[in-house]
Design a protein around this ligand. Sequence first.
Ligand code: UT7
Length: 334
Amino acid sequence: MSVQRATITALGHYTPPKILSNFDLEKLVDTNDEWIRTRTGIRERRIMENGASSDMAALAVQNMVERYGVNVAEIEVIIVATVTPDMFFPATAVLVGHKVGAKQAWGFDVSAACSGFLYALATGAKFIESGANKKVLVVGVDKMSAIIDYTDRNTCILFGDAAACVLLEPSGEPGYGLIDHRLYSDGAGGEFLYMKAGGSLNPATHETIDKKMHYIFQDGKNVFKLAVKGMADVSAEVMERNGLKGDDVAWLVPHQANLRIIDATAKRMGIDGHKVMINIDRYGNTTAATIPLCLSEWVATGKLVRGQNIILAAFGAGYTWGAAYVKWSLAKNA
Ligand code: UT7
């Protein structure tokens, strides 16, 4: 008997209206538009001024409802990928469920940083594949501005705020939906990208605040090298496992951390630049939101077409990384 695969049947996203441009950042730290554009590909990012991650996530769900007419009362499970939950507990997924009126749903958060959406997507798919559930909402959301030190030029230029979501349902058609995925983690990478305080290791004190330990710390060079290798290796592995060559892939949907990482990954995979989804120029790195935000924007413009082979790939703090192969099944370009 063939496996009941999960497939994406609806998408939504939310990006806050406030724009923080490279020129705005020139006024905050010793940087310039040219450096940021050439080193990262970013021109501007969005900032959530009022509201938390759950508010952005709820607005993304609302967008999905408007575009696809999803009945939120039928959602059974909500999985939120985030490293900027509203608070340690309760889980942001539970708050999102309440805000959107998904009264039947239970939910939980997944913490895998920039790979969070892929981890959550793979997890959500299991509920469908097992036959346990028929409607699983997977959200990627991060309010990175809440954990950024806007006096640190190494990090403040990189990140932005956004939310995006997909609805998973049984595919009903052999060969369509989430076909395969490979996920990895290696805690030895923890020291290169993390938030030092606020957890049980270094609970918040005046000292941790004074030392700015509640902001992101990143050793960019180390992360850069491993991100290119990690994303390319795992994507190649997924392509090989499924007999796909570069020409068979319609879209590479990479995590948007740095345009140079994206270009190097695509090159190593033998995928032409015009088949790579890129919106880092407009949003920066929105952590768990980057991949579903690309999907949601591209499907809205009609560029994602039923039957296309899509490779999703991510690398992030942990380290965590992974790739997924999706045969796009959605016929509606809402
Ligand atoms: O999504 C999670 C995973 N994260 C990533 O994948 C991020 C990976 N890392 C990167 O994207 C890059 O390493 C960065 C964009 C963070 C940095 O780019 P880089 O080419 O690795 O620059 P660098 O850190 O080696 O810095 C080069 C120079 C340094 O000056 P010196 O020492 O050569 O005089 C930095 O001080 O650029 C300087 N610099 C800046 N200059 C202007 C660093 N940040 C800035 C800045 N503006 N914002």
